[in-house]
Design a protein around this ligand. Structure first.
Ligand code: CP3
Length: 348
């Protein structure tokens, strides 16, 4: 039997929603923290054996329905010639300051320097295919950052918060920002296509910071790039998931992005999203990560409320509305997953 997550992406009616957690392999897990005592974050990302082990940790602990590649959205940016470090937040040592810096960035053949990522996916897929009980098959998810969000990290951010520096740059250097976004689009497209060839069965595009844009600016600086990337993924026969942070004002645009599945942030009621996206677009989300800090009973109640909200047994993947927070009580993450697994009708 095909993995539950892939069946949800095909809009098949299911006995329960598939479930996984954004940032499911991370610091809330004691096993991950132990590994981090011995290795830097980039070491974990770049060693095929370690990245494979970390990717599989949430499967062992939570028995989620999907494994996501352990990596970071900034890994392909390094292959473009940008120096990155993590502490734990990402830092760019040579941010783009001028329009001529953009011209120097590599965009062709960056995949050559990312072979370790493709090997991790190949090994994970082989391992997941060997799962003995065929009804329990897990899906393998690949991912990349969307051009706007990657641009936010690599442009000099100046003294602003929330990447306003990138918005100012875009406003002052319209043609340069489009040059940069176009380069990022090329890199992200070939990177995701190669992830699919290497075994990813679905890919998620993270546009975490695009929610800072006005609806009009989103249509200029993010949507066309996202549409072309998602259309290439569709051309490869692979389902796609689009996540945009703080996106309530962007939902009508997102409906035209071309994703198989829209990942909804916690602030938007799922039912409201369903009214906008209709039944053709699969929805994912959108448990507030801070609600995992309640009592186990509260987590159970709120999770049940979330999954029964749509009132349908098709086209839904249970997940958080953003990445799991590093101090989350692990038992509550487990309670979230187990409540979803109890099915659609757990609410009394
Ligand atoms: O979902 C998974 O388990 C796969 C792994 C994954 C990581 N980053 C590992 C990580 C994924 C899918 C990402 C995506 C990512 N990275 C995004 C988009 C998703 C989102 O959360 O909005 C963004 C914006 C980044 C950039 C990034 N990387 C930030 C802002 C940080 C630091 C913030 C934090 O969590 O402390 C990172 C570092 C990072 N990426 C860590 C992990 C496990 C922590 C590194 C450590 O162990 O010290």
């Amino acid at each position: 039997m095909e993995p539950l997550l892939l069946r949800a992406l095909k809009n098949e009616p299911l006995p329960r929603p598939p479930v996984w957690l954004m940032r499911q392999a991370g610091r809330y897990m004691p096993e991950y923290r132990l590994l981090r005592e011995k290795h830097s974050f980039l070491e974990l990302c770049k060693s095929v054996a370690l990245a494979k082990e970390v990717s599989l940790l949430p499967l062992k602990f939570l028995d989620v329905d999907a494994v996501i590649l352990f990596s970071d959205i900034l890994i392909p940016v390094e292959a473009m010639g940008i120096e990155i470090s993590f502490n734990p937040a990402p830092k760019i040592t040579n941010p783009i300051k001028t329009t001529s810096d953009i011209a120097k960035l590599k965009s062709a053949s960056t995949n050559q320097d990312l072979n370790f990522v493709f090997h991790i996916l190949e090994e994970l897929r082989t391992e997941l295919e060997q799962t003995k009980n065929s009804t329990e098959k897990k899906a393998l998810i690949g991912f990349a950052g969307a051009p706007w969000t990657l641009a936010c990290y690599i442009l000099d951010q100046g003294p602003f918060k929330h990447f306003q520096g990138t918005q100012v740059f875009a406003y002052q250097h319209r043609s340069a920002i489009h040059d940069l976004l176009a380069k990022l689009e090329l890199v992200v497209t070939s990177y995701l296509l190669k992830q699919i060839e290497s075994g990813a069965q679905a890919v998620q595009l993270f546009d975490t910071w695009a929610g800072n844009l006005t609806a009009e600016d989103y249509q200029e600086f993010a949507l066309p790039y996202t549409q072309r990337i998602l259309s290439a993924i569709k051309g490869a026969g692979c389902p796609s998931i689009l996540y945009v942070g703080t996106s309530a004002h962007l939902l009508p645009s997102l409906k035209t992005a071309g994703a198989t599945c829209q990942s909804i942030d916690s602030r938007v009621p799922l039912r409201h999203a369903a009214q906008i996206f209709g039944e053709d677009v699969v929805l994912q989300g959108n448990f507030d990560p801070t609600h995992l800090f309640g009592s186990t009973n509260q987590v159970r109640t709120r999770t049940s409320q979330m999954i029964s909200q749509l009132g349908r047994t098709t086209g839904y993947i249970a997940n958080l509305g953003h990445g799991i927070l590093p101090t989350t009580p692990p038992e509550n993450a487990l309670c979230f997953v187990n409540t979803v697994k109890a099915g659609w009708t757990t609410l009394e």
